[in-house]
Design a protein around this ligand. Structure first.
Ligand SMILES: [Zn+2]
Length: 459
């Protein structure tokens, strides 16, 4: 027997172990892992000497091609491939009437799913979609089962912005999600607290970018998280707290975790690698919500990651241009920062190099856990039979991150000038090499929409 590809000479990392082995790939799947002599020959041989061979990163929080991000599927997919991300989960929105709506006319969630899928033709890596609930409308309950059938098995709700939901409506959504066995994904920040602080700071003329984090404090995030997770728990629904940024919010989730099976949460790479002093350096460019916080909050992210209260590291990738953020008071200009291309090297640097966490830990929080949490059994693992989504990573290569290397349409990086040790050298999606040595080499359109299953969180 001859297989398509054998990756030999490297160190394999799984969610539980690190060992010397070769990986055989055929027809887009992993066939076996073991001593090279025991594996079939490969038509193509990839030399992984001095490299780590890991499952592709699964980034469950990415914004592409819509009202909040200027990236297309082509540019975001290329940035993902270069960053070792082989699957991301984007958002399909329900349109509503309002300034920030993706369309002018209200439209059902299924239309949002369709719209995203029509724009996927040039994507390089695989992707799924969360359903974004943007208005308090009973139509949602009528179409929920169809959306789940379309492979969209998690639903995002906001507590802030013009499309924030009331606790009363969220209660109804959680009841429906519990019934459907789907996942509730919540952006938690108490809107009225943030609004009142913003107005106060604005009235005082406090317009320097360094002031921005004060307008969306940790307690506002914790308050909204506490309400939302309590509602989910009462309804018996699965709860996933997105972009947890601070100690107060992680502690609030921890109080509801019980055995940990129904309450899960992520943090993002930037909350583990940057603190609020970044605003003095980069002005409004790192303006995101929740904001980048204090050094103690950075420590807290690692404490809660170690304990498993936080079990996923995502990016909340949003592409914007400098001109839309620069030279204006912090309350003007859009939120969001791009990060998908730098996420693995940056998190590897802060978690493994600086804090001594293990490689299996890295694989758990960036690959295995997000795949398992969101119903992607063929992703985030090197188990034989699953998709051959593989990253080769040189843990000793040092380089400097710069926006000049961005494949994203974003023309800046919140990690600009940061030196990291550890570099993605090759990315395979279902057996095909899509990025090699810092260059995109795959055929645009190789990526596919993945219909996600209803995840089982009982394990
Ligand atoms: Zn987001």
């Amino acid at each position: 027997m001859v297989v398509d590809t054998v990756i030999a000479g490297g160190t394999v990392v799984t969610d539980t172990a690190t060992f010397e082995a070769a990986v055989a790939v055929d027809d887009g799947k992993i066939v076996s892992i073991g001593d090279e002599d025991t594996l079939p020959a490969g038509e193509e041989q990839i030399d992984a000497t001095d490299q780590l061979v890991m499952p592709g990163v699964v980034d469950p929080h990415v914004h592409v091609d819509d009202h909040v991000s200027i990236d297309s599927y082509r540019t975001a997919g290329s940035a993902a491939a270069l960053g070792g991300v082989t699957t991301f989960i984007d958002f399909a929105w329900q349109a509503y009437e309002g300034e920030d709506s993706p369309w002018d006319e209200p439209a059902p969630l299924l239309d949002g799913v369709k719209r995203k899928r029509e724009n996927q033709s040039e994507v390089l890596v695989d992707f799924g979609l969360h359903g974004g609930i943007m208005r308090e409308d009973d139509d949602l309950f009528a179409e929920l089962a169809d959306v789940v059938d379309a492979g969209v098995t998690s639903f995002k709700m906001y507590t802030a912005y013009e499309f924030g939901l009331s606790n009363g409506f969220m209660r109804r959504v959680f009841e429906a999600l519990a019934e459907a066995n789907a996942v509730g994904v919540v952006h938690s920040e108490d809107d009225s607290v943030c609004q009142s602080l913003m107005e106060e700071l604005r009235a005082d003329g406090e317009d320097a970018p360094e002031v921005y984090p004060q307008s969306r404090p940790d307690y506002a995030e914790a308050m909204a998280a506490e309400d939302a997770v309590r509602l989910a728990t009462e309804a018996g629904a699965k709860y996933y707290g997105i972009h947890t940024s601070c100690r107060a919010s992680a502690a609030a989730l921890d109080r509801f975790r019980d055995d940990g099976s129904q309450v899960r949460a992520e943090t993002c790479t930037h909350y583990t690698a940057l603190d609020e002093s970044i605003h003095a350096e980069l002005g409004n460019l790192p303006k995101i919500a929740p904001p980048i916080r204090s050094p103690d909050d950075v420590d807290a992210m690692f404490e809660y990651l170690r304990r498993g209260v936080l079990s996923v590291v995502s990016t909340d990738h949003v592409a914007q241009r400098r001109t839309s953020k620069k030279d204006m008071p912090w309350w003007e200009g859009p939120f969001g920062a791009n990060g998908i291309q730098a996420s693995l090297p940056v998190f590897h640097d802060v978690a493994v190099n600086e804090r001594g966490l293990s490689y299996p830990f890295l694989v758990r929080v960036m690959c295995a856990n997000p795949a398992e949490t969101f119903g992607l059994p063929n992703k985030g693992t090197l188990e034989p039979g699953t998709d051959a989504d593989i990253v080769l990573f040189d843990p000793d290569e040092t380089y400097t991150i710069t926006a000049e290397d961005n494949a994203s349409k974003a023309d800046y990086s919140i990690y600009e000038g940061r030196e990291v040790t550890g570099e993605v050298t090759k990315t395979l999606v279902r057996g095909e090499t899509v990025a090699d040595d810092g260059k995109v080499v795959g055929e645009p359109g190789h990526g596919q929409f993945v219909e996600r299953k209803l995840p089982d969180w009982s394990a």
